[in-house]
Design a protein around this ligand. Structure first.
Ligand SMILES: [Zn+2]
Ligand SMILES: [Zn+2]
Length: 345
C-alpha cells in the first residue's frame, strides 16, 4: 500500500487523510516496541480516515486490537481525533503533555456559549468591525451555539513529562516540550542510532512543530479562564532553537514528508519569523489595532477572500506577533486607545 512508508528500525508512517483540508493528510507514525506497536498521533476523527488508519496498520500486519499505546504530539483534531476510538478498540493507553490535557479537559467541559462570549469579547477588543461581530452575537442570542470541534476528544491516561523517557519497552523515546503551536506540544526524540547510519543524534517525531515546507500557525493559546499574558510566538521560537540544538539525523513530521538537515530548517524558520516581525514593525509605523494589523499582514490570499473562521485565526496570529514585539520592546500599546492600538517604538 502506498499510504505506508517504512523508515527503518521499527518505524513506519501511515498517511491518514484530513477531509476537506489543504494539508491533505496526517502522518501517523507506528513505533514497534517489545510490548506491541505504539502510535505517534492518530489522525482526524472521520469514518474515511479511520478506514485508512485500519488499512495502513493492516498492511503492516497489525490489527487495531494489537495497539499498545498512543503518544500524542498535541491536542489538535488532526492528531488526537481518532485516539478515543483506538483506545476503545484496543485498550491502549493515551499519553499527552499536561498543558494540552488541560485544553482537552476545558474544551470537553466548556459550554459553547462561554466560548462564543469569549470570542466576541476578544475580537471586539482586537478592533473587529461590527459586521464581523454581529454573527457571533446573533448565534449567541438565538441559542445557536453549535458544537465545537474537540468536544468529544479523549482524555489521556498518561502524562508526557518533558525531559523524561517514555515507558516504552525496548525503545528510547524522550519527550521534548516544544510549546508555541499549542501550550503542550511535544516533540519525541528517538535516541537510537539512525537505521541507515545517517550522521546525527537519532530521529525526531516533530508533530507540527518542525515541518519541511510549512510554518505552523502560532496564535494565542485562547484560554477564556486565564488572564496571563502569554507569549506563544516567543515560546515557539525558543522551542525551535532547542530542537535545532538536538542535532538529529532525521525528522519525522506529522505532515508532508520526512527530512534531514533539521538545523537548516530551524534556521529558515527563525529567519522567516525575524523577517515577518520586521515587516510588521514597518506596518506599525502608524498605530493599528490587532484587527487592522491582520488585514495588512501577508496571508495566502487577499484579506477580502479569507473566510470568516480563518479571519479569527489570522487575528490570533497577529495578536501573538504583537505580544512578541511588545515583549521585545519593539512595539507598545498606545495609552488611552479603545480598542487598543499598537505602534512601533
Ligand atoms: Zn496542530
Ligand atoms: Zn497538524
Amino acid at each position: 500500500m502506498n499510504q505506508v512508508t517504512e523508515h527503518g528500525g521499527g518505524v513506519w508512517s501511515l498517511r491518514v487523510p484530513i477531509p476537506d483540508n489543504p494539508l491533505g493528510h496526517t502522518l501517523v507514525h507506528v513505533l514497534d516496541t517489545d510490548r506491541g506497536p505504539v502510535l505517534v498521533d492518530t489522525g482526524w476523527d472521520d469514518p474515511g480516515s479511520w478506514t485508512e488508519l485500519i488499512g495502513g496498520l493492516g498492511a503492516l500486519g497489525i490489527g487495531i486490537g494489537d495497539v499498545h499505546g498512543v503518544v500524542i504530539t498535541h491536542h489538535h483534531p488532526d492528531h488526537h481525533g481518532l485516539s478515543g476510538r483506538v483506545r476503545e478498540e484496543s485498550g491502549a493507553w493515551i499519553a499527552m503533555h499536561a498543558a494540552d490535557t488541560a485544553v482537552v479537559r476545558r474544551t470537553r467541559e466548556s459550554d459553547p456559549g462561554t466560548w462564543l462570549d469569549y470570542l466576541a469579547r476578544k475580537l471586539a477588543a482586537a478592533g473587529a468591525p461590527e459586521e464581523h461581530l454581529a454573527p457571533l452575537r446573533a448565534a449567541r442570542s438565538g441559542g445557536r451555539t453549535g458544537t465545537l470541534p474537540g468536544l468529544g476528544a479523549a482524555l489521556p491516561d498518561r502524562e508526557i513529562v518533558p525531559g523524561e523517557l517514555l515507558d516504552l519497552a525496548g525503545r528510547r523515546l524522550r519527550a521534548v516540550w516544544t510549546p508555541g503551536h499549542t501550550p503542550g506540544h511535544v516533540c519525541l526524540h528517538l535516541e537510537e542510532e539512525h537505521p541507515a547510519g545517517l550522521p546525527g543524534r537519532g530521529r525526531l517525531f516533530s508533530g507540527d512543530h518542525l515541518l519541511p515546507g510549512i510554518s505552523p500557525h502560532i496564535g494565542l493559546y485562547e484560554d477564556p479562564d486565564d488572564q496571563t499574558v502569554t507569549d506563544p510566538l516567543g515560546d515557539y521560537l525558543d522551542s525551535l532553537e532547542r530542537i535545532g540544538r538536538l542535532g538529529v539525523a532525521e525528522v519525522l513530521p506529522a505532515h508532508q514528508h520526512a527530512f534531514t538537515d533539521s538545523a537548516g530548517r530551524v534556521r529558515e524558520l527563525l529567519d522567516h519569523h525575524e523577517e515577518r516581525l520586521t515587516g510588521l514593525l514597518a506596518l506599525l509605523a502608524v498605530p493599528l489595532t490587532p484587527w487592522q494589523l491582520a488585514e495588512r499582514m501577508e496571508w495566502n490570499r487577499p484579506w477580502d477572500r479569507i473566510p470568516y473562521g480563518s479571519r479569527n485565526i489570522a487575528v490570533s496570529e497577529a495578536e501573538a506577533h504583537l505580544r512578541r514585539l511588545v515583549k521585545l520592546g519593539r512595539a507598545e500599546a498606545v495609552a488611552g486607545t479603545e480598542p487598543v492600538t499598537f505602534v512601533a517604538v
